[in-house]
Design a binder for this molecule. Structure first.
Ligand SMILES: [Zn+2]
Length: 145
């Protein structure tokens, strides 16, 4: 599977991300197919979601760092009703425990819902959205191109 296989039609119907000033670096990175996070510039702990001030030491220094893009599935659902807007089929919505130690809500693609298991290793890929943007989604580790 290649990263664009997340879009099973010609044109993406997935909604473009809503970009806030604090998370602009994250979405800019996603548009380059890169997965970035924010670290405190003083205590070095991750801040997620991105925000101006560290919740641990109250520092306003921050660093944007590349993340491994790997993690494990913590929990997941497949919303059926009402149909999720921007998806051709009901998406798998999952909480991913990232290697860096924080959790990230995303979609799982490239696997049937019934085959998803807790703790399954996954890796990031990028799905195209309307407006020529990209969003990070996850697939089982090692099933990529
Ligand atoms: Zn800090």
């Amino acid at each position: 599977m290649n990263p664009t296989a997340a879009n099973d039609g010609d044109k993406p119907i997935r909604l473009a991300p809503i970009v806030t000033p604090d998370a602009k670096f994250f979405w800019d990175a996603a548009d380059r197919s890169e997965f970035f996070g924010q670290k405190c510039g003083d205590c070095n702990r991750f801040r997620f979601p991105p925000r101006p001030m560290c919740p641990h030491c109250f520092s306003v220094k921050r660093e944007e760092v590349a993340l491994s893009g790997r993690g494990k599935i913590y929990t997941w659902i497949r919303p059926q009703h009402p149909p999720a807007y921007g998806f051709r089929e009901p998406p798998i919505v999952a909480v991913i425990e990232l290697e860096e130690g924080f959790r990230f809500v995303s979609n799982i693609e490239g696997i049937a819902f019934e085959q998803v298991t807790a703790g399954m290793p996954v890796e990031v890929m990028f799905a195209d959205t309307m407006g020529k943007h990209k969003v990070p989604v996850f697939r089982p580790l090692g099933r990529g191109a």
